[in-house]
Design a protein around this ligand. Structure first.
Ligand SMILES: Nc1ncnc2c1ncn2[C@@H]1O[C@H](COP(=O)(O)OP(=O)(O)OP(=O)(O)O)[C@@H](O)[C@H]1O
Length: 356
């Protein structure tokens, strides 16, 4: 089989490409560059970031690894698309007071979407696209679904729930059944990386004001009753559930409860105000099932970190999904994703529109 592997220069994609080659596939590496338009920004991330390999030395290092594995390598310049699709969405969401997860968006729209299509249009010949993600794809009753990785500590299935059936059908995750330890051992044995590489951590580690080309709009920090407690420098500097850095003295710790874009207010409250039991998500992507015909018990995740917890889920007449958690969850955030699992397998997921 001809397999195109997304190469970030990190341990995981290097080992994924190596394993596919060992299995006898015809492998080729591809690296997308997406930050070129924004070279004025501080370096987005550590050297293994999904978004980092835009510097010449990074590309040279990736090409060296590909040479070692014995595969061809191509660079695809996608900064226009990244700007149009991921950054534009990120900006709109933030300006509207939501907290988006750009990695979820980028995976479905760019990495497993536009990049793969662009690679085909550029004349690259391949049957499957592979990455070094820790996740699995299962096929049942004619449908593909994303499932958790065997190494639960490394599981990245949450970030991949928006992949559609067509994307899943052409995708391979060679590391899904491996532990990070095993992968690291292969990397060391093959000498792909001389120094230990940090994992990708976040989307962008600079100031969002620079990234989004927006000017700060100071406003009020208020409590749930509307009483003004302090001032803020722009609502996008805050995240729901945040406790530190509010700069307000109170008898008990305060948490960010909501970001109101219409009034430009940050709403704060006490820990008990951050707890919710009912979370609703729209713009649903169906993975192992096409619909929820009746109420089902699931394990649900409302953010990329932490484990899934028990909930009862149902589909609403407008197509959205609602999870009612057995134990209250903390700071479910509008704009993040609600992902429902049946054991290790993703049933569906969507963008959180309401939590109470
Ligand atoms: N710029 C890129 N071009 C092509 N594929 C990429 C790029 N960045 C990341 N990928 C693919 O997406 C996978 C997951 O990316 P992520 O940023 O989560 O890195 P990671 O888990 O630290 O993996 P790695 O160790 O390979 O960097 C990578 O293993 C790689 O296959």
């Amino acid at each position: 089989m001809k397999v195109l592997v997304g190469m970030s220069g990190g341990i995981d994609s290097s080992v994924a490409a190596y394993l596919l080659k060992q299995q006898g596939h015809e492998v080729m590496g591809v690296t997308m560059t997406i930050w070129n338009k924004r070279s004025h920004l501080t370096r987005p991330l550590n050297s293994t970031s999904c978004f980092a390999p835009d510097k010449t030395e990074d590309i040279i290092a990736i090409k060296k690894i590909c040479e070692k594995i014995g595969i061809e390598h191509q660079v695809l310049e996608l900064s226009d698309l990244f700007e149009e699709i991921v950054l534009a969405n990120f900006k709109t969401e933030y300006m509207d007071g939501r907290t988006p997860n750009p990695c979820v968006w980028c995976n479905s729209k760019i990495k497993f979407g536009a990049m793969v299509e662009y690679a085909k249009e550029s004349g690259l010949d391949f049957d499957r696209f592979a990455t070094g993600h820790y996740a699995r794809i299962v096929e049942e009753n004619g449908r593909y679904a994303v499932a958790k990785a065997v190494d639960l500590k490394k599981d990245q299935s949450y970030f991949l729930y928006r992949l559609n059936q067509q994307q899943l059908a052409r995708t391979l995750f060679p590391l899904g059944a491996m532990t990070k330890e095993e992968v690291r051992r292969i990397d060391v044995a093959q000498g792909f990386h001389k120094v230990y590489q940090e994992e990708s951590q976040d989307f962008y580690d600079g100031d969002y004001t620079d990234l989004l080309d927006i000017t700060s709009r100071p406003g009020n920090i208020v409590n749930r009753q509307g009483r003004v407690l302090g001032r803020h420098e722009g609502i996008w500097h805050y995240t729901i559930g945040q406790r530190k850095g509010l700069g307000i003295a109170a008898e008990r710790p305060l948490y960010v409860l909501a970001l109101r874009s219409d009034t430009n207010e940050v709403v704060v409250g006490f820990v008990e105000d951050t707890l919710q039991s009912t979370v609703t998500a729209g713009d649903v992507v169906w993975s192992s099932v096409q619909t929820l015909q009746q109420e089902v018990m699931v394990q649900a995740k409302i953010r990329s970190t932490g484990f899934a917890t028990e909930a009862k889920a149902h589909q609403n007449p407008d197509g959205s999904i609602t999870a009612i958690f057995s134990d209250e969850v903390k700071a479910a955030t509008v704009g993040q994703s609600l992902v429902l699992y049946d054991g290790p397998v993703i049933l569906c997921g969507g963008i959180i529109v309401q939590a109470c």
